[in-house]
Design a protein around this ligand. Structure first.
Ligand code: F6R
Length: 606
């Protein structure tokens, strides 16, 4: 999704803005622009396509002098990805430039009103109403103009604003779209994402909804919608610049796949002490826990699939019914939720618009909210009653990998933790050894599949791939198919293996690749029959199973392996070869792996 950067200080702004925008490229975008201010006024440079085009157009920023500026990467929503629609947008009098993330829901009546007032529009965007409103309400005081403008806007917005009459100042406004201030020394910044800030400062201030900020090179002032000063504390970002760089790997996605043993370990190990799980961040009382009669898990995309993977561990161990619902569906489904429901919200970014809306909807019906989130200080983390962080570190590739595995790991830990507190673990023992072994098993799953690049050569030209499995294997198949679709653009479908014969098997014919997940010994024979069903119709079967499983050999054409793992917790390990398969197929297909077409890292609009 769109990205914002802002700078004020004593250095030339344009190169810093361009560098910040490059750091935000991973979020997905289709045009970009910067506005830089000097004594002569504001100059705007915009391009369609990549930041590299903007660097070329501005001679790497050298052709736009000035020490104050704002920049933007746009992911088109209202209006095509053209130069006219790219941000920054400029007011008719040339005094203001604005960058915007989010969606202005009432932009049509505002546009009609402003057109009737005589303002000329140069783009098709919803954003342009903002800059004309600021001009309309400006009578010498930018703060007041921003407050009046914000009062007229409905929807979500993070804004960066500069005013030609106020050199050295940048303004920021936040409502339901992330915006973070970076406090430097003799220079200050804002950005929609800390990745654009860490090269300059680790001291960040998270703006809240309804807050405004005015930054100069040596001051950061935050105020509310009445113009009253708001005291804010800076937080320190713990990860460093290298964490957001490729570190020798060809793609962020590959680096992040390889980082999974460490990410899963960082998520699990510190929470296990003396053979027991401790969630110091969860202060749910025994009474509250005993009162939960239903757990609802909600999320989008891969985070939803992590929920599907975690569901059976929670149900089996806690004996509490668990529903997993897509956030975009749940928010409009009049859900059966009350004060006895625990809502588990899963989100890597913590900023997914549908997830936030589902959270608010369920909360308004009385549910307590437990968030499983990666980005510290994100909206989901702030809105929840309890937050458990997945310590995956920054995830830059659009397709999630370590985000998913750490989410599933947290759900497994919650399953064991709640079951123990409810006195329902019984024969299962503490299960902490099994959890602690997961990072090692993830590493083995990476190491034991050197054939994946050559398998990718065999399968990459297929027009579609089916993924089949039962129970957890099916949950992992869903995520495996999504990985394949989103980065290799190969059509992929996941089916519950037993469901094939109810329709889908009609699509299986000669040479149709079928990835068959067969990692749970207790239901292996059932899945084996489904493998034989597709095999007898000519399918090429690529089976994913645990190493040493001889039984599968006659049925499979090719094999992917995982080490033996407790089926209760297997998703974290099983998904790894499928991530690698999707990665190498995408590479064979020459795809832009870290920035797949049409996709954005953080989906902050509905
Ligand atoms: C797929 C992917 C997406 C996200 C989804 C939710 O690889 O990354 O499906 O999982 O957009 O994002 P978060 O977890 O940030 O809420």
């Amino acid at each position: 999704m769109c990205g914002i950067v802002g700078y004020t200080g004593s250095q030339q702004a344009a190169p810093i803005l361009l560098d910040g925008l490059k750091k935000l490229e991973y979020r997905g975008y289709d045009s970009a622009g910067i506005a830089v201010m000097d004594d002569r006024g504001i100059s705007v440079s915009k391009v369609r396509g990549r930041i590299a085009n903007l660097c070329e157009k501005t001679d790497s920023g050298r052709s736009v002098p000035g020490v104050t500026g704002i920049g933007h990467t746009r992911w088109a929503t209202h209006g095509a990805p053209t130069e006219e629609n790219a941000h920054p947008h400029i007011s008719n009098d040339g005094r203001f430039a604005v960058v915007h993330n989010g969606i202005i829901e009432n932009y049509i009546p505002l546009r009609e009103e402003l057109t009737a007032d005589g303002y000329c529009f140069e783009s098709e965007t919803d954003t342009e109403v903002i800059v004309h409103l600021i001009e309309k309400y400006y009578s010498g005081d930018v703060r007041q103009a921003l407050i009046k403008t914000a009062n007229r806007l409905r929807g979500s917005y993070a804004l960066g604003v500069i005013c030609a009459g106020e050199p050295g100042k940048i303004y920021a406004v936040r409502e339901a779209s992330p915006l973070i201030l970076g406090a430097g020394s003799g220079e200050n910044f804002f950005a929609s994402d800390v990745t654009a800030l860490v090269a300059h400062t680790r001291n960040v201030i998270y703006l809240e909804d309804g807050e405004f900020a005015e930054l100069t090179c040596d001051s950061v002032n935050v105020f509310d919608c009445l113009g009253h000063a708001v005291e804010k504390k800076a937080s320190r970002v713990m990860w460093d610049v290298q964490a957001a760089e490729k570190g020798g790997y060809e793609h962020f996605m590959l680096k992040e796949i390889m980082e999974q043993p460490g990410a899963v370990k960082a998520t699990i190990a510190p929470r296990i002490k003396d053979g027991r799980i401790r969630f110091d961040e969860l202060d749910i009382s025994d009474e509250e826990l005993a009162g939960i009669n239903k757990i609802m898990i909600t999320a989008c995309g891969s985070a939803y699939y992590a929920g599907c993977a975690g569901r059976s561990a929670i149900e089996r161990l806690c004996r509490i019914p668990v529903e997993v619902q897509l956030a975009s569906e749940l928010r409009y489904s009049d859900p059966l939720i009350d004060g006895h429901t625990l809502l588990i919200v899963i989100s890597q970014s913590g900023e997914t618009a549908d997830t936030i809306a589902a959270l608010k909807e369920c909360r308004s019906r009385g549910a307590k909210v437990l968030a499983v989130v990666n980005v510290v200080g994100s909206s989901v983390a702030k809105l929840a009653d309890y937050t458990v962080y997945t310590w995956a570190g920054p995830e830059i590739a659009v397709a999630t990998t370590k985000g998913y595995t750490t989410q599933a790991a947290v759900l497994y830990m919650l399953a064991v933790y709640f079951a123990e507190r409810l006195g329902r673990l019984g024969e299962s023992g503490g299960l902490t050894e099994e959890l602690l072994s997961l990072p090692r098993l993830v590493q083995q799953a990476i190491d034991m599949n050197p054939a994946i690049p050559s398998l990718a050569k065999k399968y990459h030209a297929s027009s579609s791939v089916f993924f089949i499995g039962r129970n957890t294997d099916y949950a992992v198949a869903l995520e495996g198919a999504l990985k394949m679709k989103e980065i290799s653009y190969l059509h992929a479908e996941a089916y519950a293996a037993g469901e094939l014969k109810h329709g889908t098997i009609a699509l299986i014919d000669e040479h149709q690749p079928v990835v068959a997940l067969c990692c749970n010994p207790s239901i292996m024979e059932k899945t084996m029959s489904n493998i034989i069903e597709v095999k007898s119709r000519g399918a090429e079967v690529l089976a994913l199973t645990f190493q040493g499983n001889q039984k599968i050999l006659p049925a499979a054409d090719d094999l992917l392996f995982i080490p033996e793992v407790d089926p209760l917790f297997s998703a974290v390990v099983e998904i790894v070869p499928l991530q690698l398969l999707a990665y190498y197929v995408a590479k064979e297909n020459g795809c832009d792996i870290d920035k797949p077409k049409n996709l954005a890292k953080s989906v902050t609009v509905e």
